[in-house]
Ligand binder design. Structure first.
Ligand SMILES: [Zn+2]
Length: 445
């Protein structure tokens, strides 16, 4: 009884202290102007191990400042596809598989068109770019540029892309897009390395390249494209830039089936090539970021492809030709507070964390296209995670306690309310806040 009272008093004291603690991980960093998200499509933890077994020391896996994992599920499926996986990373919101930047199923009347981080960046006057080894209309580049109900509407995606005001969109050629049409919308159309290298800052360019952009020894590589894109976006514009770079072929090459498209070792080699081509781009991008000092680089994947794990001899082998629901790696360069080291965070919180780092408020991102706030629905509630950032921290206890004393008001049934009401009695009280703080303290210990 006595111990209980002492514990109770101690928790009350900690709680009083917690009231003054801001959410550390989601503070703005005034030094950060530029954000670069790099997505290794389909890149799981064991893709890295596979490349290492082939003798490659990966820059991303040795030089990072912060490492963790992303939980990749979509709104509709435990195993996401690239469209929904990329939308979570682009729009800060989980959607249904196959949809691109659209919430097709909206029973809570939340929002249909969540704005992408690229769109908000452009609205804020930042320069914006998309670089991929995939076709420019592939699911991932589409997620960061347009909104369509189905990822295979390539013609619609291409048309919508050329109507955007982004600074550059580069990838492999999309056959439904005509050069004249692209140029008529004010873009410089570039189709090879020389044309790309000749671009000057201030131009807006749509890149339609041929060749295997993912190969580390191709005539045009992802690393070269990334370096040139940064040169074009990093003008003296003090508003900074946002750039998404995708290594799409880690996924594509992991999908090929044994004995159908290529033999097994050839498949593994092609996947390793794609990982190395992506890693080379990361090395060059981070080299820029470190010199610049105002750039954060986040590397992750939308999902794992191929169910790679070690066989009885320790060799990394594919066990599927499809996506899996495994957590994927997240590496951060240029920041150590975006999330707690070695922890897994839900995929959709990643762009939200980056937005907060840039100082964007809750009313700015995530948000619907019409400017209204995105309300999280009950299905998003995770016990104790009141602010929805994927971690239970003292900041969540603080919010719950503020709600208990009437300083915050959460709609009954909202994600915040459900997350704060730990004992489920329909009222948020100090007892709920105390339970949250216990979890937070345990997690810190
Ligand atoms: Zn994918």
């Amino acid at each position: 009884m006595k111990t209980k009272r002492i514990l109770s008093l101690l928790l009350t004291l900690i709680m009083a202290f917690a009231l003054c603690i801001p959410a550390l991980a989601l503070d703005a960093d005034p030094e950060i102007r530029n954000v670069i998200i790099m997505i290794g499509d389909g890149m799981g933890e064991n893709h890295l191990k596979l490349a290492e077994q082939y003798g490659h020391t990966l820059f991303m896996n040795t030089e990072y400042d912060l490492r963790g994992q992303s939980m990749t599920s979509s709104l509709s499926h435990i195993t996401t596809d690239s469209a929904a996986g990329g939308t979570a990373l682009a729009c800060g919101m989980r959607v249904i598989n196959q949809t691109v930047g659209v919430l097709g199923y909206d029973p809570f009347g939340l929002v249909r068109l969540p704005m992408s981080i690229t769109e908000v960046a452009a609205e804020k006057g930042m320069r914006t770019g998309i670089v991929t080894t995939d076709k420019t209309t592939g699911a991932t580049p589409a997620d960061f540029t347009v909104h369509v109900l189905y990822r295979k509407q390539y013609e619609k995606i291409g048309q919508a892309q050329i109507e955007t005001n982004f600074d550059l969109i580069w990838g492999a050629k999309e056959s439904t897009l005509a050069r004249e049409d692209v140029e008529a919308h004010g873009w410089t159309y570039v189709s090879n390395r020389d044309e790309m290298l000749a671009l000057e800052p201030g131009s807006r360019s749509y890149g339609q390249f041929s060749g295997q952009l993912w190969r580390p020894n191709n005539s045009l590589t992802l690393a070269e494209m990334s370096t040139k894109a940064i040169e074009l976006l990093n003008t003296d514009n003090d508003k900074g830039f946002f750039l998404m770079i995708e290594g799409a072929h880690i996924d594509k090459n992991s999908h090929t089936s044994d004995g159908i498209k290529m033999d097994y070792d050839e498949k593994r080699e092609s996947v390793v090539d794609a990982v190395v081509g992506f890693d080379n781009a990361i090395r060059d991008v981070v080299e820029f970021a470190r010199e610049d000092g105002h750039t954060v680089v986040l590397v992750t994947a939308d999902h794992e492809t191929g169910w790679i794990f070690a066989d009885i001899h320790g060799d990394m082998r594919f066990h599927s030709n499809e996506h899996t629901a495994h957590n994927v790696p997240v590496f951060v360069f240029g920041n150590k507070t975006l999330f707690k080291a070695n922890h897994a965070v839900p995929n959709y919180t990643i762009p939200i964390r980056l937005a907060r780092l840039l100082g964007w408020g809750k009313d700015e991102f995530p948000r619907a296209r019409d400017g209204s706030l995105i309300k999280r629905g009950p299905e998003d509630a995770s016990p104790g995670d009141v602010d929805g950032d994927g971690d239970v921290t003292a900041a969540d206890a603080r919010l719950a306690l503020r709600a208990a004393v009437g300083l915050e008001r959460f709609e009954p049934g909202s994600a915040e309310f459900l997350a704060a009401d730990m004992d489920g009695d329909g009222v948020i009280t100090a007892a709920d806040a105390r339970q949250i703080l216990r979890i937070a303290v345990d997690a810190e210990a």
